[in-house]
Write a protein that binds this ligand. Sequence first.
Ligand code: SF4
Length: 275
Amino acid sequence: MKPVIREIAAKTILNRSKAGGYSLNCYIGCRHGCIYCYARYMQRFHPHEQAWGDFVDVKVNAVEVLHRQLRRAEPGQVFVSSACDAYQPEESRRGLTRRCAQLLMERGFQVNILTKSTLVLRDLDMYAGYGRARIGVTVTTPDETLARLWEPRAALPGRRFEVLRAARQMGLATSVMFGPLLPGVSDDADTIELLFAKAALLEVDAIWTDALNPRPKVWPAIRDMLSRERHSLVSLYRKALFEKAWRESYLRSLRDRITAAARAADVADRLAGCP
Ligand code: SF4
């Protein structure tokens, strides 16, 4: 389906993050359309008739607004992006993420990218030039068929790992988010070990992991997709998201599998986050 692209004016672009530092999003909505996307809640504040993944609002004044905000903002860490993919297709012709990141780094901010797109390769030389950036990708499953089901328009997992390789070769710090690890899809010991072995091979500096969380609007999207494509998994996901005791025990065993995989790959010291 052709996406609906709307141009909007933002009041602010650099926002304080609850996790510390700042976040920056040049777009609302995301063409990648991941089924488990936590940013689906944004549709409550930015209503669209289209489904998540079929619309993008472009903050066309992002660079000008950032210029203004930087007159007062103290330098710190900036997460790019927290509610969209900063390198989704619209960025290829708009270049807003690139120009905002450049401005931030010029002013002494540290930029932390997290993407599922290979478009970030376009900007690696810029990031390497400033030496104030970490390039990260998210991988939820190494299986390309399953990735297509869950992340319909994102780059395939192998291409995301190639981003890490290229960033490393240019001397950039790198990170990977293995999450959400998907119940019955990518949360088993073998898959997690494979993911950590890949991170070790690519000498990734920081490894984050996450479980699937019951965020607003996520369950209907998962239920609908699984009902169509993997009906036998619907009850497992219902339990994993909504049955408190079952979920607590599940999270304990998931943490065990993650720490065991990190130790087996000899990267336990780089495990920065666990569910
Ligand atoms: S890439 Fe990120 S922001 Fe975009 S749809 Fe997927 S999870 Fe959501």
